[in-house]
Design a binder for this molecule. Structure first.
Ligand code: ATP
Ligand code: MG
Ligand code: ZN
Length: 307
């Protein structure tokens, strides 16, 4: 078996990519193709979305603002889904090309193997099949790709991976409502989006823009996850709200439910850094139970599309 290694220093990513791309993938070379594609999405709605072989349902975890807890939500949701529905096959795609964090949070850092069909085998931990740009690039080299290269990398992570069979593919997205998100929406049949936000105005404003974009493009929103809602006082155990209650208003305005609210919690951050999500590291904690309840919400939401 070969291991796939992508070297950023190689002058031409596209040539490197040939080694592990299937013959039918052609890499577009027009500079403004990406712009055209984006305009097409925005004006015409959704052109040909192609399912991923063997993947039943796809759930995006998104937010406008960076650092609000998308990746934390994604890894804990994925592991919680496995806990509450052990019979389901779960995948986790890190669509954050520039700032992949799934390798850290899932404690995975090998290079994927290529199978006999030239597809990358996802790396597996805690029974979750994972794929991330972080598995393919040298962590110390700066990611300098732009535009098309990002789209092509994303395509590799989605379609040149032996994902199946999967019941749920959870997609952790990068901050912003830009190209990556549009490209995902354009190319994949999305069964639901979980919007992560903190209760601050700055985060809510971007979450609102994101949510409106999903609504406009007919991408079903499963609901809002409010993160960092409060912090527990270490001396009296009272919950102190830090950033206000803005998500409630946003939920009404958009007619989108708030699924769960997660407090700021030290073990959550520590578990993420240690590569063992809190759902598994502290399975009986309040936070772990909240993530399991969120997983139930998500299963319930996704069932709509199955019946
Ligand atoms: N509820 C929480 N309690 C404590 N720490 C948290 C919580 N949620 C997230 N964090 C911490 O906040 C930091 C940012 O979280 P995370 O990486 O999940 O955000 P993100 O939205 O994915 O960021 P980016 O936009 O950069 O991808 C991490 O260090 C994470 O451990
Ligand atoms: Mg992230
Ligand atoms: Zn107190």
């Amino acid at each position: 078996m070969r291991r796939f290694i992508l070297r950023l220093q190689t002058p031409n990513f596209i040539q490197t990519g040939r080694r592990w791309s299937s013959s039918r993938s052609s890499l577009p070379n027009k500079k403004n193709e990406e712009d055209n594609r984006r305009q097409q999405v925005m004006s015409k709605g959704l052109p040909k979305q192609k399912p991923i072989d063997g993947v039943k349902q796809i759930l995006l975890v998104a937010s406008g603002k960076g650092g609000v807890g998308k990746s934390t939500t994604s890894v804990n949701l994925a592991t919680a889904l496995k806990v509450v529905a052990p019979e389901k096959q779960i995948g986790l795609l890190d669509a954050d090309i520039f700032g992949p964090t799934i390798p850290l949070m899932m404690n995975l850092n090998q290079s994927p193997l290529l199978n006999e069909n030239g597809l990358m085998e996802p790396l597996v931990n805690y029974d979750i099949k994972c794929m991330s740009m972080g598995f393919l690039v040298d962590k110390k080299s700066p990611v300098i790709w732009r535009g098309l290269m990002v789209m092509s990398a994303l395509d590799k992570l989605l379609r040149h991976v032996a994902w199946g069979p999967l019941d749920y593919l959870i997609v952790d997205t990068p901050p912003g409502t830009g190209d990556t998100l549009l490209s995902l929406i354009q190319n994949l049949p999305i069964n639901g989006v979980v919007i992560v936000t903190t209760p601050q105005k700055a985060s809510l404003d971007v979450a609102r823009r994101g949510a409106k974009m999903f609504q406009k493009l007919n991408v079903p929103i499963a609901g809002i996850v409010e993160n960092m809602t409060s912090v527990k006082c270490p001396s009296c155990n009272e919950h102190i709200t830090l950033f206000g209650k803005g998500s409630d208003a946003l939920s009404k305005e958009l007619d989108v439910v708030i699924l769960k609210k997660f407090p700021l919690n030290e073990e959550t951050a520590e578990s993420g850094d240690a590569g063992r999500p809190i759902v598994l590291a502290h399975p009986n904690s309040t936070q772990a139970n909240l993530y399991k309840a969120l997983a139930q919400d998500v299963i319930h939401f996704l069932q709509r599309d199955l019946t």
